[in-house]
Design a protein around this ligand. Structure first.
Ligand SMILES: Cc1ncc(C[n+]2csc(CCOP(=O)(O)OP(=O)(O)O)c2C)c(N)n1
Length: 338
């Protein structure tokens, strides 16, 4: 189901593709927020507003054979890695035809058989899972692949982060750990999370290479994330990417983010990476305003069609089916189908 990311694209093409995924992700997130407010979604809705540049930069630099463990703010990366819009919509709307068969909440979705891992928790649990998949592939003699695990800065204070980064370093795994430092873990500001002056310093203790980037800067994200993925792919071991940005929404749609100071929202940190990317494309003449308007309306049409489709689909029936989302039995069925 995943589309292959072409390695033969020109720089302008890659930037255009990445921008389109950012745009689609933003519009999809906006739709989910609207559906949530209309009471059409059970459970929470978690958006990646302000993190699309970083997320899309990951997705467009991955190949189909790579491993990707996105988090709740990675709609752009998920789409760029090949997730169809309908997978996201079916999961949020609880359709039995979704990848998790209408079971595992909202953003905990993926297709592990494609190296696209459903998240267990937002707080670092996925890093060791990516390590495990990379180990397994190494044992099978598969080379030239990378695994990306996404994290928020809050997760860098958890034991899972330390243990798995250390393990990846010792084993020289092709792991790329991308941390979106969006300044808050829920409502806890970074000043109450860690005392180091720069999160990239955490890499030094483990003997890991690190890269820092302005997460609001589209072209910088493309360059830095692309370079980190290339280094890991070339055998230089785990790479830590620290992107500094601001979450332009609440933790979830239930949270109005009133704890984020207006000065911070109005600072350079609070600029919208989608606007930055759009300005970049226009300035470089990689796209014009008319083209962007067409991309926007195409994305809106596709999202609306996906929502209409998922709304017509059945929810799972607990009396008829096993309640687990991805049982081995279900995975075997998928294998037989493909
Ligand atoms: C083990 C565990 N504890 C608590 C939570 C609840 N929780 C989910 S996200 C989150 C904060 C995450 O902050 P950060 O890592 O900075 O990511 P961000 O939300 O900013 O993207 C918390 C406490 C969880 N999912 N798992």
């Amino acid at each position: 189901m995943l589309q292959t990311v072409s390695e033969s694209r020109t720089v302008g093409e890659t930037q255009r593709v990445a921008y389109r995924f950012m745009l689609r992700a933003r519009l999809l997130d906006d739709k989910f927020a609207a559906l949530y407010r209309a009471g059409k979604i059970h459970g929470g809705v978690f958006l990646g507003r302000g993190q699309e540049a970083l997320s899309a930069a990951i997705g467009v630099h991955l190949n189909k054979s790579d491993v990707f463990a996105p988090l709740i703010r990675d709609a752009a990366g998920r789409l760029a890695f090949g997730e169809p819009i309908i997978d996201a919509v079916r999961t949020y709307l609880g359709s039995a035809l979704g990848p998790m068969r209408g079971r595992d909440g909202n953003v905990h979705r993926g297709r592990p058989q494609d190296g696209y891992l459903p998240m267990i928790s937002h707080l670092g649990a996925m890093v060791s899972v990516v390590n495990g998949v990379l180990f397994a592939r190494r044992m099978k003699g598969i080379t030239g692949i990378v695994g990306v695990a996404c994290l928020g800065e809050g997760a860098t204070s958890t034991g899972a982060f330390h243990e798995s980064l250390n393990q990846a370093a010792v084993e020289k795994l092709p792991l790329v750990l991308v941390v979106a430092n969006n300044q808050f873990a829920y409502s806890t500001p970074t000043s109450s999370q860690f005392a180091c002056s720069d999160l990239a310093n955490k890499a030094i203790g483990y003997g890991v290479e690190s890269h820092s980037v302005d997460g609001t800067d589209f072209s910088a994200c493309m360059e830095t994330v692309g370079a980190a993925i290339a280094r890991a792919r070339a055998g230089h071991g785990p790479q830590l990417v620290i992107a500094t940005l601001l979450r332009l929404c609440g933790h979830g749609e239930h949270d109005d983010a009133s704890y984020i100071a207006p000065e911070q929202k109005n600072s350079k940190l609070g600029r919208d990476c989608l606007k930055v990317a759009e300005d970049f494309l226009l300035k470089k003449e990689f796209a014009d305003a008319a083209q962007i308007a067409v991309w926007r309306s195409e994305a809106i049409r596709e999202i609306e069609e996906a929502v209409a489709q998922a709304q017509r689909e059945p929810a799972p029936d607990p009396y008829e089916e096993k309640w687990s989302a991805l049982s081995s039995e279900h995975l075997n069925e998928l294998r037989e189908e493909s």
